[in-house]
Design a binder for this molecule. Structure first.
Ligand code: M6R
Length: 559
């Protein structure tokens, strides 16, 4: 995933693009670059590493021009380096790209035969050379872009400049996100909304196979094949502050503390507690379609997959419908059974995860209905699904999912209760109780966040450990997996999530005083068994950090 930004207007482009890139750093941060056009002259600045490196470079070597494009990269083809950083240029054609060109080697060979010489290891540079080649033949920038993009296979969102047509900026997409912003006599294009939000709220979402051509007086939409298109702008209501760090040290921390708000927003307007009813506005499947289902497949990646594992517990317990859970990158390769009675529920924060999108398309191909639980409005996954349950978590800028995860769980809970009412597997009284529990969740999460000082203290006692084990039973096992993933991702500490009952079948051999064990021990039917697991850990000299919902003398005695 990378972030791209483009600007055409009357202001200096560089500060606007830099600001946009700063808000897109969550999409990638191994290198960055900006190109501007000034009096037909292309100038490029690129730097390896975080955006701050590019900012220092620009402070010493400023760029002028009122048209420009920028990129923040997360390497796919070619290691992170200045030479591989975007923008890439060939004969006055300048390109930034998010996505992967699958046939780039084949195209590269063809271009080498035509005399093109490459300076990077990226797939993106192919696009610059292809456009250059077609521009030589047609002398028309827009048709050169169309022809070039017609030759590439794979995913792209691109923004392209041409030194010979300095008052134009062209952008197009296939499989990667791209949003267009319209200001007063100025235009923006970016991978995501926050990049433009401080300049405009009027945004147009490009669909796959679409192209937009900007000039100082207009923006013109068309398909990649050249058919004219009318696209309507939507007014985005997110405040720019929602996309800022809000006083926290980093986005992840801010987003952790946003959870009560995010959860409340996800529930808002969807619950009629007195009737025991849930209303999911975007679900689109009517009650008879829901009643006819004979199976649900939950499909997702990473954290969203952990949410899916919890979803299986919820749906099977309360709806008594068989549920399978798949890792999205495996789904399409295992010849899955999907029929007209299967609901495939894909879960994705970004709505752009390539494997989840591919699984969604596979499910459609096999005749299944697809509903998405998704955070990003108008994302590819949201648009291609038959129905959507949006998690109203707001933008998740921190790469590590936090509020996205908890709002996914809330959405799964809402969906479960809706299904349970439609299929009459839970009575009204039970539904009311469960909804009332749900409505108290924001307050309970607030209480948990109030424990931050005690949690920090506990962390002080174990922060030097190099390995951790996370244990949980039942629906706490996926939470253990998520805890381990967060520790790996954020602290670079090796951690494993395990079903507590499986510990004796192998991992117990690892336990000693150097391996802290985080045990998820809520007061539920499995608590006694979990307590027994804690004793096993302690018998081997291991240290237990228990996470529970109630202070319990017996339990604490084991910690
Ligand atoms: O946007 P998605 O939910 O589809 O992303 C899937 C995973 O990449 C994501 O959940 C990832 O595992 C988390 N950000 C890790 O914290």
């Amino acid at each position: 995933m990378c972030g791209i930004v483009g600007y055409l207007g009357s202001q200096q482009a560089t500060p606007i693009i830099l600001d946009g890139l700063r808000r897109l750093e969550y999409r990638g941060y191994d290198s960055a670059g900006i190109a501007t056009l000034d009096q037909g002259q292309v100038t490029i600045r690129r730097a390896e590493g975080k955006l701050a490196r590019l900012e220092s470079l620009l402070a010493n070597q400023p760029l002028s021009g009122t048209v420009g494009i920028g990129h923040t990269r997360w390497a796919t083809h070619g290691r992170p380096s200045e030479i591989n950083a975007h923008p890439h240029v060939a004969g006055g054609i300048v390109v930034v790209h998010n996505g992967i060109i699958e046939n780039y080697l084949e195209l590269k060979r063809k271009l080498l035969d035509l005399g093109h010489r490459f300076s990077s290891e990226t797939d993106t540079e192919i696009i610059a050379h292809l456009v250059e080649q077609h521009f030589k033949e047609t002398a028309d920038f827009e048709s050169a872009v169309r022809r070039a993009l017609g030759e590439v296979r794979g995913a792209f969102a691109v923004a392209i400049l041409c030194a010979q047509q300095p008052d134009r900026l062209i952008a197009a997409k296939q499989g990667s996100p791209l949003v267009v912003g319209q200001g007063q006599g100025e235009y923006f294009v970016a991978s995501d909304i926050p990049a433009m939000l401080s300049h405009t709220r009027q945004m147009v979402f490009l669909d796959d196979g679409e192209l937009v051509s900007f000039s100082p007086s207009e923006m013109v939409f068309s398909t990649l094949a050249g058919e004219p298109l009318q696209k309507l702008a939507k007014t985005i209501t997110w405040s720019p502050v929602m996309a800022e760090k809000g006083g926290y040290r980093h986005f992840m921390l801010k987003e952790i503390y946003e959870q009560p708000r995010a959860i409340a927003d996800t529930i808002a307007g969807r619950v009629r507690e007195n009737l025991g009813e849930v209303f999911l506005e975007g679900l689109k499947l009517n009650e008879s379609e829901l009643a006819a289902l004979d199976r649900i497949c939950l499909v997702a990646c990473g954290t969203s997959w952990h949410a899916a594992l919890v979803g299986k517990f919820l749906i099977e317990k309360h709806v008594r419908l068989p549920v399978e859970v798949d890792i999205a990158s495996e789904f399409r390769y295992r010849d899955p059974v999907v029929t007209a009675k299967t609901l495939v529920l894909v879960i994705s924060q970004s709505g752009e995860t390539a494997d989840t999108l591919a699984a969604l398309r596979e499910a459609h191909r096999r005749g299944g209905k697809v509903v998405a639980i998704c955070n990003v409005v108008e994302s590819s996954i949201a648009r291609e699904s038959d129905g959507v349950i949006y998690t109203h978590a707001g933008p998740e800028i921190g790469v590590a999912s936090t509020k996205a995860f908890t709002t996914q769980l809330v959405s799964l809970y809402l969906f479960t209760l809706h299904l349970a009412r439609v299929r009459a597997t839970l009575g009204q009284e039970k539904l009311r109780t469960m909804l009332s529990d749900l409505l108290s969740l924001p307050r309970k999460v607030e209480e948990c966040l109030g424990l931050d000082a005690a949690i920090e203290q506990a962390a002080q006692t174990v922060f030097q450990a190099r390995d951790f084990l996370f244990l949980g039973r039942g629906n706490q096992f996926p939470i253990a997996l998520e805890g381990a993933l967060k520790l790996k991702e954020i602290s670079y500490i090796h951690a494993e999530g395990y079903p507590a009952g499986e510990m004796k079948h192998g991992p117990i051999a690892l336990i000693d005083e150097h391996l802290p064990v985080v045990v998820l021990a809520p007061h539920n039917a499995t608590l006694e068994k979990v307590a027994a697991n804690m004793e096993e850990v302690q018998a081997r000299g291991g240290r237990v950090l228990a996470v529970s919902d109630r202070a319990d003398g017996d339990l604490l005695a084991k910690v």
